[in-house]
Design a protein around this ligand. Sequence first.
Ligand code: HEM
Length: 521
Amino acid sequence: MATQEQTLKPLTRDEVAKHNKAGDLWVIVDSIVYDLSKFGNLHPGGIGVLLDEEVAGQDATTVFYGLHRSEILLRPQYQRLKIGQIEGEKQLIKHMQPGDISRVPYGEPTWLTPEFKSPYYKESHRALQKVMRKFVDEVIYPDAQACEESGKRASKEVLEAMAKTNLNAMRLGPGKHLHGRELFGGVVKGEEFDYFHELVLNQEVARMGARGYGDGLNAGMVIGLPPVLNFGQEPLRSKVVEEVFSGQKVISLAISEAFAGSDVANLKTAATKSEDGKFWTINGTKKWISGGMHSDYFTVGAKTEGGLTAFLVPRGEGVETKQIKTSYSTAAGTAYITIDNVKIPAENMLGPEDGGLLVILSNFNHERWVMCCASARSSRMVVEECLKWAAQRQVFGKPLLAQAVIRAKFAAMIAKVEAIQAWLESVTYQMNNMTYKEQSRNLAGQIAFLKMQSTRFAGEIADDAVNIFGGRGLTKTGMGKFIEQFQRTQKFDAILGGAEEVLGDLGVRQAMRKMPKDVRL
Ligand code: HEM
């Protein structure tokens, strides 16, 4: 930015003021002079607003930032509009660069705020956060914004770049599968990777505000691959895990059906064993399968004689996927799947016959915790957007933030994001200090409550955010685009991985089970 300022022609405000009509139209935004003479007729907001006597030939900084996101001025096509800079003045507005930490209060969790300390994060968490933020900003974000809008899946380049850093493997959480792997070029050792490293990755992805795209970005793998990794039979297990980690193949979890959601024990998809026991034939349907449109493999739950069994079903004859249009982007690849007489070898069974419920349930805590990470971070992103907007938007001659009713909304929103992050970090610390079995025993209730509360708060935050942004919170482009998307999509977190009510009840039932029989009032 400094070089650009040096090369721009110095101009005075008096000179600029002479160019104040159609065909000869200059304006100043943050000390930079823009020649809008030709652009005026192409301006999406129309030429009329630019000819206003307080805009044409004048300093339009305040009015500009009341109407546009600052990223507009960074678009390559608008660089040619810059013709000079006001003599002796400097740009006061700092545009975020890839990898930057927000300086907006509460724009980052406290551990990323310079004045605050945290007992949870070590040097390797901080190093991972730095490279991941830059990677997301530079590699994923532009693709995410384009695909969220077009509905297309993440580009091959992004998926390949993710595989190269070993991001796919990291998103499955700590474990032996990471040992000996080079993570983000060696920023963190596979052996020391813990749940706080994973939290960092989840939150950095959620921060970019592309909900449908985010789910299409191998979120299906996060829930679909663990049953293969933990219960698959060799050599199929290693083959599939490597194919997915390296980005050659995509996997998703296919459990829910039109007939059964939270009550997984009532699935209708059924598997029958051949007489010689070498094959299974599967028939049924699956619904709302995130990433299903992009998947080569499906981790399927099916009814068997004595219960439920999990299978790895490859895409092939008899397996068909149809796009479901949900309220978020089709970039998520949400699918309806029909499985008609699909014959698979017995080696594709994941875990014991009739033991599928455990295979599926064993990953639920992790899945829900991943969603808590994302919900907490996207809620915070919304609070940051609202704070920026309320500080720069002028109403009745003052910033929106000068209104007490607006400040009261911020008090509620900020308290919610801080509370959720603090609880999330506390749960994450417990996860780091418990075996997987202990986590299932002790944290199912905590995580269920955390998810329930995070998504309830997200709903309340969405509501306040839309009211702060007004019509812009309902508009897909422009100032409020992230608010519009958040209010439209935050409900996904409230439903996926267990609806709020189901989770709340699960938490209470867990507590009841632990209630000592010998206590009295
Ligand atoms: C400095 C160069 C400018 C550029 C490159 C520019 C570009 C744009 C773009 C791309 C939009 C579409 C909306 C969006 O994506 O957010 C827009 C909308 C608009 N612009 Fe500009 N603009 C400029 C200056 C101005 C100025 C000085 C005014 C002063 C009144 C103005 C008033 C508007 C209005 C009223 C809209 C419609 C906003 C809405 O729909 O909420 N623009 N402009």
